[in-house]
Write a protein that binds this ligand. Sequence first.
Ligand SMILES: Cc1cc2nc3c(=O)[nH]c(=O)nc-3n(C[C@H](O)[C@H](O)[C@H](O)COP(=O)(O)OP(=O)(O)OC[C@H]3O[C@@H](n4cnc5c(N)ncnc54)[C@H](O)[C@@H]3O)c2cc1C
Length: 489
Amino acid sequence: MERVVGSDRVVVIGAGLSGLAAAHRLVSPAARLSARRPLDLMVLEARDRTGGAIWTNRRDGFTLEGGADSFITNKPAALDLCRELGLAGHLIETDASRRRSFVIRDGRLLPVPEGFVMMAPSKLWPVLASPLLSLRGKMRFLMERFVPRRDESTEESLAAFVRRRFGREVLERLVQPLVGGIYTADPNELSIDATLSQFPEMERQHGSLIKAAIRNARLTRQKNDRTDSGARYGLFLSLDEGMDLLPKTLEASLPAGSLRTNTPVRRLLKSEHTNDWRVELLDGTTIQASAVILAAEAHASARLIDPCDQELARLLRTIPYASSLVVNVAYKRNAIKHPLNGFGVVVPAIEERPILAVSFTSVKFPGRAPADSVLLRVFLGGALQPEMFELDDETISSVVEQELGELLGARGAPLFMDISRHSRSMPQYILGHRARVASIRDQVKLHPGLFLTGNAFDGVGIPDCIRGAQEKADAVSAFLSANPGMAAA
Ligand SMILES: Cc1cc2nc3c(=O)[nH]c(=O)nc-3n(C[C@H](O)[C@H](O)[C@H](O)COP(=O)(O)OP(=O)(O)OC[C@H]3O[C@@H](n4cnc5c(N)ncnc54)[C@H](O)[C@@H]3O)c2cc1C
């Protein structure tokens, strides 16, 4: 497919959040103003819909999130993009009166100690008073303040870091389930520097996570006391109509005809006589482009780039992925015995149950279910339970029903269940991740006009994906400005 003469064609492969955010940035007024030539944008998506790991189903007054259900606000990229897209009026906050979570111990739901965020306790007493840890576990937890800084610069796994600072019990009973819910990962494999680098940084700066967290909490309180009231959001936000409003609005912002769904790309090739790229579709059609943004999963990008650069493909394949399941379950409110007075419950691996977590979705975001009903989201699979992904829907349904019966006192059959499967969609930032990404970036430099983005590299969360994609779009604009001759048709 020939390009429009006198324009720069850019092809974005993959219309998940990363691909859409990159495409949107490429056609933003700022990018167009600085461009030397008009842009001819094409966004190619294999599936029949955009959004990738983000999709929303609606049924009988329930809003069912198949993937992501919210985003964090302490990294501003997602909030800023929502505002830019005119979605500020659609942002919803979590219900502040119920902001707490539970963790399972011996089959019972116990509150996560107040002030304990991921692995930094800003209050000591709630941890000491909690039945979650044994007396011995609590003593070891308190010793954290006296554990010396680690001087070695070698990379540490998340599990090794937490064991060293707080001891085994805090790892097994609190940090593993809390972090496991985010990365669906094995903490013994996960790189602390690539995932939660703020905690080693706290250690480096303050010598102790307890000291650092208590100090940070005090500073935040003082700052909030000084700040006038204004639009201040909680830590997590969502969208009233469902998370797919974000990809759908991005999609609507693109030039008419630039997006093609049901269009899987087969491979990428370099043109023989020009510096152009040839994007070959599964149906055999070829599209020529001055620049290509690969925004697919790393394993999918590896397949596409393999004919052109086997080493780059090999490097991309070294990023492992986990598969997971999200099951939306609806009940009448009176069918559940537990008061559901929190946002959800996480399940430590040491409890040996077949699920990872349950989110009390309609408590967290009250508009997600009709008033007399509740909506729960159950998470299964991930790196620690890969066998769960292989089970058929019927078995998954009965596992979920039994678990909700035992843990929350759910009685009788649910109103309905909706099972979403995420096959190899969560990259695992295992030890060596940063070095792996650096090698990939070095290898990409050998290919002018090729850009890689997506959740495999600098963060899996929505704000990280958006920021990474925007940076790549800006790099494409700079590349096109610096190489005007390359686009001559
Ligand atoms: C179950 C789950 C829950 C999550 N919850 C949250 C949350 O609450 N908050 C949060 O911040 N983050 C969450 N995340 C993470 C976040 O949603 C993802 O990291 C992010 O959406 C990934 O976007 P992406 O565009 O990089 O990748 P993807 O969404 O994986 O998109 C890649 C796209 O490339 C397409 N593609 C692949 N191969 C080809 C090809 N050959 N040709 C054309 N197209 C191709 C795919 O079809 C797909 O649409 C969650 C993730 C999962 C899996």
